[in-house]
Design a protein around this ligand. Sequence first.
Ligand code: SAM
Length: 212
Amino acid sequence: MRDLTYIRELFSKEDEVLQSIPNGLAERGMPQISIPPEVGRTLYLLAKISGATRILELGTLGGYSTICLARALPSTGKCFTIELNAEHARFAKENISRANLDEQVTVIVGDASEQLEKLAQSGERFDFFFIDADKPNFDHYLEKAISLAAPNAVIAMDNLLYFGDSVVDETNDHPILAKLREVNQTLAQDPRLESMLLPIGDGLGIAKVKSV
Ligand code: SAM
């Protein structure tokens, strides 16, 4: 595996808030599965370049990716992030406050599918999505994101190569891998999307929703 120290130090140096999140997760016995710094920087840039003003994230954990995304917003922009686990959400809110992003970020505690349904009913639209909650629902989340997308929205999805490259190994028939392969096929071939899968972190999918 490539040593990313050079890239991290030059392009994706973390401030004190981001740097403290992995330790904070460990101290609380929470999973240490935040995106790595280079994925955070890539999400920040994608959101910034696309001019995102309304971001929706699925899967907050300690708020690492939320902070990276919210920092790309203009001062009037909003980032909504949905987290099932109330303890994770509480820790994320602490970190979001420490990053002075309370005005921009709303943490919604609940199940992503249920909350997406509510957002759909209220007619909300978003111009940037980051899908990083439970993998078995990734196909459903992608479909929902497309339906909630403002014109030219960007959809990013994490873990599409899954633990290194296990998605590539066709002899591995773990159900999550089957689901992720399906999602990758959709990203690559769905006529509503233009996509790429970047081999950074655990595999970062990016898609632009075509305007109709
Ligand atoms: N995006 C975070 C980051 O990089 O800082 C990491 C998110 S972690 C990979 C996945 C998170 O999704 C966990 O905190 C987990 O509790 C949450 N989650 C799992 N199932 C969920 C669901 N059905 N709805 C909302 N959140 C869920």
